[in-house]
Design a protein around this ligand. Structure first.
Ligand SMILES: Nc1ncnc2c1ncn2[C@@H]1O[C@H](COP(=O)(O)OP(=O)(O)O)[C@@H](O)[C@H]1O
Ligand SMILES: [Mg+2]
Length: 276
């Protein structure tokens, strides 16, 4: 078994005000593994990711990065964040900076790189997300899918040991989802260690090595991606059938498949994934 990169043990989060969002969550992420975290809205998925990245402090529990506890007052938050990349639903790009500068900023200020070295790294990661042709653009002039690919490039540039994705496609128009899922699948194929919170169930099944299903702040089921087709618990079964009800109607789906603009994976509900 590959080395453990992330270990989350007995994580609890009670928000000020009393919402008990996470109630004893434990799981591990191994080197090169993609773990998809699924579950209905409010089940605690974002809270778990925010605790891992120390955007919020857990009420209880231990989070280790390569065997070293990172949720302690002595662990340097900036160092933790430079080792754990995060990609948000809402991109979080700097709107006043060009694409290239969005990427070089962290490299220069956190990694202390020279301008030319930072630009070299930025061009390399922008090429990986197929955004080399827009390096001079401002985020406001990009599509949602392009913005998210820049955000992924920014995370990659720091050479993180693991990247956390929090519903990376849920703010996107349907026709732009494919290009982002394709980028993430490319990273999985390259062996990047990732935790992906997503409601794209077919994507989770096709790309993730393991699925963690959260319900009401707890891991209700965990297993290989085959649990999507053969859930063991009634709770996961019910969740999956509720997701099918949300699926895109057939007429729109056909439009998506015919779209040339942002080709790639189209969540068509059949589990077929065209590789283009
Ligand atoms: N900052 C916060 N303060 C208080 N309650 C919160 C906060 N953020 C999330 N919650 C609550 O915690 C629960 C889990 O939320 P969240 O982790 O965002 O779930 P998910 O990402 O699965 O939708 C929900 O009941 C939500 O309302
Ligand atoms: Mg969330």
């Amino acid at each position: 078994m590959a080395d453990v990169v992330l270990s989350i043990r007995d994580l609890q989060k009670i928000y000020p005000g009393g919402v008990h969002a996470v109630k004893g969550v434990s799981f591990e992420v191994h080197e090169g593994e993609s773990v998809a975290v699924i579950g209905s809205s409010g089940s605690g998925k974002s809270t778990v990711l925010r605790c891992i990245n120390r955007l919020i402090e857990p009420t209880e529990g231990i989070i280790e990065l390569r065997g070293e506890q990172i949720n302690t007052p002595v662990a340097d938050v900036n160092e933790v964040r430079s080792r754990i990349g995060m990609v948000f639903q809402s991109f979080e790009l700097f709107s006043h900076l060009k694409v290239l500068d969005n990427i070089t900023l962290g490299l220069r200020h956190v990694r202390g790189m020279s301008k030319s070295k930072a630009e070299e790294v930025a061009l390399e990661v922008l090429e990986r997300v197929d955004m080399l042709d827009r390096i001079e653009a401002y985020p406001g002039n990009l599509s949602g899918g392009q913005k998210q690919r820049v955000a992924i490039a920014r995370a990659l540039a720091m050479k993180p040991e693991v990247i956390l994705f929090d519903e990376p496609t849920s703010a996107l128009d349907p026709e732009l989802i494919g290009s982002v899922l394709k980028t993430i699948r490319g990273l999985a194929d390259e062996g990047m260690t990732m935790v992906i919170v997503t409601h794209e169930i077919n994507f989770a099944r096709d790309v993730a090595d393991r699925i963690v299903y959260l319900d009401n702040g707890q891991v209700a089921e965990e297993g290989p991606s085959s649990i999507i087709n053969e859930p063991k618990t009634e709770r996961l079964q019910k969740f999956l059938s509720s997701m099918h009800e949300d699926e895109i109607p057939e007429n729109i789906e056909n439009q998506l498949v015919n779209t040339q603009a942002d080709h790639g994976y189209v969540p068509d509900g059949t589990g077929n994934r065209p590789r283009s």
